[in-house]
Design a protein around this ligand. Structure first.
Ligand code: ACO
Ligand code: LMR
Length: 590
């Protein structure tokens, strides 16, 4: 992998694990360099479907999925960079999975410290084999000014990014084993007006997946890079390898180096510093010995950091001191996200258009379906079916439990909302509220390959009730005319696979009891599933999600609210006074 190839590709980044501070800093960098949209396209994290971040002073939503395998194919194919912020024990497996499942991956940055050294060495082999640049472990990331900021490198607050002057590429490569020091060196390079061609924090482990020699060769092969600043540390033999590359003529660009850890030579026994590699186990691994070796090969070796700027400052100010980047004023997280409606330029918008425009272009059925799905629906078939369902469910007589509760509450002298709510609170697993669970069952049954008999037996075994099956009034020899009316919307392009499965279940249940028919809840769920799949392209998992968020029950609630309201108003007109059962309506068993 080359820096030029990374620079040429507009990054699409997947976060393996969530780290809101790092992600926000990457999005701020995207905004600062003028990207049209965030470089982060998904977050792999348990327990949420989205993450919200600032985009300038506005906000963006980044989709989240629990596992990499849950990622939509188009996102997996689009991904070119991954940032792995998972724990050390998961670094190897999650990085290997990313390399295996992200076909266009070019770069991974690994954040965790204390990753087992054998895992790092295994990843080094994988990186070479798969031609993916894997940086870390213990890395704060990679920066290609003007292209991408991967990880915390360069800063984590917007003002820090502005202060670092890293919006545009320069000519000095920064290679550092230390995360904190990589930012120091970036500031030194940009502060001297040189600008950074790329910066890479290799991590302070003894065996970083990308070692300093590989990083040096990346700089050597990067046309934009003219000079290299290197921050090394005591411990290990990297600097001897770098010197060898120079002696062999493979590294010809000027290098300004600082090797930290001379202070360790004041101790009787070599101390272990913070980074795992920062321990001089032999004299050759001491900072002084390594500095001397680099000097022999012509590297400009500084004894203190301030010298680096002096060595850099040869008057060639590649970068204009000022880089015009957008400012960011006060930022406030919104309290609510809505895909349904909101204010835009002082006008209330509904489904992306000015409210009156939206209601002009929609019937009540298309408005209901579009609002419930959270997006404008154009399918006439889907809208017509919704229209039929809304009309069909408005009422089913004053005998029905919900209607009875509304009637009783009205006669108790309560207000409309109380009367309506009394009816609505009756809707549940047995009455009107079985469409969600029925739909979930039809999707699981039709997509799992189980037979209808296995499906029914699974409920019999657990003594469960099959949602969408059974009715107090209707039975096999007296079918629900509403269910028959719904069949005009069968014949969908998915072969009506959900309705067919529901009907196959009904064939079995009605052999047990005549009233165990496919009821109106079950039928509405089945046909709506077939239409959503055929007309709007919903996938089974998306249909399951609609069931989980109660989209299907919403249809019954909306429609039956009309009937309950009608019964309330009717009882207020009748004004018969308080309802009370007669004693012979009740059997008292002491
Ligand atoms: N799945 C499996 N067994 C059932 C089902 C079912 N859906 N419905 C009834 N049974 C069984 C019961 O387990 C019981 O078995 P048992 O005699 O061995 O104990 C027997 O049939 C009688 O059960 P009841 O509840 O007394 O029968 P009822 O006719 O009152 O049931 C009801 C009607 C409540 C609708 C029931 O069928 C049910 O709960 N269905 C599932 C929920 C559902 O789909 N509701 C929507 C109805 S339509 C609407 O509300 C708009
Ligand atoms: C309804 O639509 O209310 C019914 O199917 C339930 C019932 O008992 O009639």
């Amino acid at each position: 992998m080359s820096i030029a190839e990374l620079r040429a590709s507009s990054p699409s980044i997947i976060m393996i694990g969530s780290h809101p501070g790092v992600i926000q800093s990457m999005l701020d960098y995207d905004f600062m360099i003028g990207r049209a949209e965030p470089s982060v396209i998904a977050v792999i994290v348990q327990g949420r479907k989205l993450e919200r971040y600032f985009w300038g002073t506005d906000e963006v939503i980044i989709p989240a999925v629990p596992m990499l395998s849950d990622l939509k194919k188009e996102l997996a194919d689009k991904c070119t960079v991954a940032v792995n912020v998972q724990s050390a024990r998961r670094v190897l497996s999650s990085t290997k999975e990313a390399v295996a499942k992200l076909p266009n991956l070019k770069l991974i940055s690994i954040f965790a410290e204390q990753t087992p050294e054998t895992h790092s060495l295994e990843l080094r082999t994988l990186a070479i084999k798969k031609n993916v640049l894997i940086v870390g472990p213990s890395s704060v990331g990679v920066l290609l000014p003007g292209t991408m900021k991967i990880g915390a490198i360069g800063g984590t607050q917007y003002p820090q990014l502005v202060e670092a002057k890293i919006a545009k590429a320069g000519k000095v490569a920064v290679i550092s084993t230390s995360g904190g020091m990589v930012n120091e060196l970036i500031h030194i390079a940009t502060g001297s007006g040189q600008g950074v061609s790329f910066a890479i924090a290799l991590g302070g482990d003894r065996f970083p997946v990308t070692d300093p020699m590989t990083a040096m060769l990346l700089a050597q092969n990067d046309e934009l890079t003219e000079r290299i600043i290197y921050f090394g540390e005591l411990g290990g033999t990297d600097e001897y390898e770098i010197a060898r590359l120079i002696d062999e003529g493979k590294l010809t660009k000027p290098i300004i180096a600082y090797v930290a850890g001379v202070v360790a030579e004041l101790f009787d026994t070599p101390p272990q510093f913070g980074h795992a590699k920062a321990l001089a186990q032999t004299d050759d691994e001491s900072a002084t010995a390594k500095k001397d070796r680099l000097r022999k090969s012509g590297v400009i070796v500084c004894d203190h950091l301030g010298e680096i700027a002096d060595k850099l400052d040869n008057g060639d100010t590649t970068m204009s001191k000022e880089q015009n980047v957008p400012g960011i004023g006060e930022r406030k997280k919104r309290a609510i996200i809505s895909h349904i409606s909101g204010d835009k330029d002082g006008e209330v918008q509904l489904l992306g258009h000015e409210l009156l425009e939206t209601i002009e272009r929609n019937s009540i059925a298309s408005l209901v379906l579009s609002l419930l799905l959270g997006k404008q629906v154009e399918s006439k078939r889907a809208i017509d079916f919704t229209d039929l369902v809304l009309r069909m469910l408005v009422d089913h007589g004053p005998y029905v439990s919900g209607a009875v509760n509304t009637i009783i509450t009205a006669r108790a002298g309560r207000d409309l909302v109380s009367g309506l709510t009394a009816g609505l609170l009756t809707i549940g697993p047995r009455f009107g509220g079985a469409i969600n669970e029925a739909s979930r069952g039809w999707v699981d049954g039709a997509t799992s390959g189980v037979s209808a008999k296995e499906f029914v037996d699974s409920y019999v075994k657990q003594g469960g009730i099959i949602a969408g099956i059974g009715h107090k009034k209707y039975r096999i020899d007296m079918p629900d005319p509403r269910v028959e009316a719904l069949m005009q919307f069968s014949g969908n392009s998915n072969g009506d696979r959900y309705l067919k499965f529901a009907r196959s279940v009904e064939e079995i249940t009605t052999t047990k009891k005549g009233n165990l028919i496919l009821n109106i809840d079950g039928a509405i769920g089945a046909v709506m599933l077939d239409i959503l799949e055929s007309e709007l392209g919903y996938k089974p998992d998306e249909l399951r999600e609609l069931a989980d968020i109660e989209f299907f029950n919403a249809l019954f609630v909306l429609s039956r609210s009309i009937g309950f309201t009608a019964h309330y108003l009717d009882q207020r007109r009748n004004d018969e006074g308080l309802f009370r059962l007669d004693t012979d309506d009740v059997r008292y068993i002491a």
